[in-house]
Design a protein around this ligand. Structure first.
Ligand SMILES: *[C@@H]1O[C@H](CO)[C@@H](O)[C@H](O)[C@H]1NC(C)=O
Ligand SMILES: *[C@@H]1O[C@H](CO)[C@@H](O)[C@H](O)[C@H]1NC(C)=O
Ligand SMILES: *[C@@H]1O[C@H](CO)[C@@H](O)[C@H](O)[C@H]1NC(C)=O
Ligand SMILES: *[C@@H]1O[C@H](CO)[C@@H](O)[C@H](O)[C@H]1NC(C)=O
Ligand SMILES: *[C@@H]1O[C@H](CO)[C@@H](O)[C@H](O)[C@H]1NC(C)=O
Ligand SMILES: *[C@@H]1O[C@H](CO)[C@@H](O)[C@H](O)[C@H]1NC(C)=O
Ligand SMILES: *[C@@H]1O[C@H](CO)[C@@H](O)[C@H](O)[C@H]1NC(C)=O
Length: 408
């Protein structure tokens, strides 16, 4: 018991920190509504455990009891004994379970949060989880849960944060998350999800979308709608199209775009430079060709730019090197052959940089002439380039031909 209350107070602290982090980080939260409030209340309630716990059970807590018992039955390994006190009807006392007043009737206590981060539990998610219909927060980071995400999660109409990261979930993108009306934070990274990402993912009101380190394939949907996300992390998946010009639909909110190692092809569309709020842009380890769009000179808040390990060529133009917030500019392992003005002396501006393995005549640690000639003799014209990946081209999306009709 001693060790489990120790770890639950650790989790409560983590929860508070996370809340802080989220509220300051996602400062554009559309609605600072009661939910947010209700689960911060939950945290506080939990933190001051010494006050008498709410023990009177009610129909909502009874449903939660059924759900949690069903879940406990399909947890096959629980090395830190998170569920050893999941006994009896007082679910608010269970490790990792946080209660709060029900938003529509604050006299009723209900289960508002489940935080089992880093519990290293193995098992799966039973359909009965749908009975936890009042959850605002579900954190299962760093466990060994496997299988599919149950469709019954659609019952969680107050869910605000869903963190399923670092588990062993499989199957296609869990479409059920798209039906959750209040979800703002979606973290699916480090699982085994596969197949395409649904375009609706980007037209929902999410603040942060993490899908990195899965097996998603296909292309980044080209019909990206207006989005409100401030953080998009796609890294380490196997997309394979181009960055669609509709990425500019994120311009009003996007601050971090991480597309590392996603098999992206084609030219960078100039629309990436319209994402004027970007602080971090990392498209390293792809097969991007062509030049850096001049529009990048408008990325006034950009602090970190990583173009490394692509096949880009042409000149590193000065518009980037004089960006007021730039701190770290990596463009190594490309085929750039010229650095304009101050770009050749970034250290004089205190900017960390990496320009190795390009075709820069004045610099050390460059590619051989033979390697460079292959690329520089066949420059890519980004204005006429058509993306063969099928997701809009470098220059303009509407020109992309529709897919051929399929026969049979
Ligand atoms: C979990 O409980 C088992 C049996 O009660 C005990 O042997 C083990 O040491 C406990 N593990 C932890 C991490 O507290
Ligand atoms: C809930 O936990 C507290 C302290 O850990 C304990 O005093 C109380 O009896 C528990 N309530 C029930 C109903 O088990
Ligand atoms: C959804 O939640 C309600 C209670 O709010 C419950 O009666 C119902 O059975 C739940 N549905 C599912 C599919 O779990
Ligand atoms: C890129 O992602 C693949 C899986 O999609 C992985 O096997 C590979 O190690 C990653 N490469 C780098 C450089 O991270
Ligand atoms: C990525 O997808 C392509 C087909 O789109 C496939 O040929 C390739 O093997 C995949 N790569 C990995 C690492 O899964
Ligand atoms: C700059 O970014 C690169 C690539 O992300 C990283 O490896 C390097 O450590 C960073 N340098 C500094 C000084 O932050
Ligand atoms: C880079 O700038 C510094 C300070 O402005 C200067 O001393 C140095 O000579 C410059 N190096 C080159 C290669 O131009």
């Amino acid at each position: 018991m001693g060790s489990s209350s120790y770890s639950s107070s650790l989790i409560a602290t983590a929860l508070i920190l996370l809340l802080f982090h989220l509220t300051s980080f996602h400062n554009n939260l559309a609605a600072k509504h009661t939910l947010h409030h209700s689960y911060s209340t939950a945290t506080r309630h939990h933190h001051s455990r010494r006050s008498p716990p709410t023990t009177t059970t009610n129909p909502r807590l009874q449903q939660a009891y059924i759900a949690l018992q069903a879940w406990k039955l399909v947890i096959y390994s629980d090395p830190y004994n998170f569920t050893s006190n999941w006994v009896g009807p007082s679910v608010c006392n269970y490790t990792g379970v946080y209660c709060a007043p029900f938003p529509h009737n604050t006299k009723i206590t209900t289960v508002a949060g489940i935080d089992l981060n880093s519990a290293d539990m193995a098992g799966f998610l039973p359909n009965e989880l749908g009975l936890l219909s009042d959850l605002a927060l579900l954190h299962l980071n760093s466990n060994r849960f496997c299988g599919l995400i149950p469709q019954s999660l659609s019952n969680m109409t107050f869910l605000f944060e869903l963190d399923l990261s670092n588990n062993r979930f499989v199957g296609p993108f869990p479409d059920v998350v798209l039906s959750l009306p209040t979800l703002r934070y979606l973290d699916l990274r480090f699982n085994e999800f596969e197949g395409p990402l649904p375009p609706q993912l980007f037209s929902r009101n999410f603040d942060a979308i993490f899908v990195n380190n899965n097996r998603f394939s296909s292309v980044i949907p080209s019909n990206l709608g207006k989005s409100s996300a401030s953080v998009l992390v796609f890294a380490n998946n196997n997309f394979s199209g181009c960055i669609p010009p509709t990425i500019s639909n994120f311009a009003d909110t996007l601050e971090e775009l991480v597309l590392v190692n996603t098999s992206l092809l084609g030219c960078l569309p100039q629309e990436v430079g319209f994402l004027y709020k970007l602080r971090l842009l990392d498209i390293s380890y792809n097969d991007i060709v062509g030049t850096i769009p001049y529009s990048f000179a408008g990325l006034a808040h950009l602090e970190v730019l990583n173009l490394g390990h692509n096949m880009m060529s042409g000149s590193v133009h000065e518009g980037i090197c004089i960006l007021p917030s730039l701190q770290n500019f990596t463009f190594s392992y490309n085929f750039f052959c010229e650095e304009e003005g101050i770009c050749g002396n970034l250290s004089s501006k205190g900017i960390a940089y990496d320009d190795r393995r390009n075709c820069l005549p004045e610099k050390k640690l460059q590619r051989s002439k033979k390697e460079c000639d292959v690329v520089t003799e066949h420059p890519v014209d980004c204005y006429s380039y058509q993306c063969c990946g099928g997701s809009g081209g470098g220059a303009s999306g509407p020109l992309a031909a529709p897919p051929p009709p399929s026969h049979g």
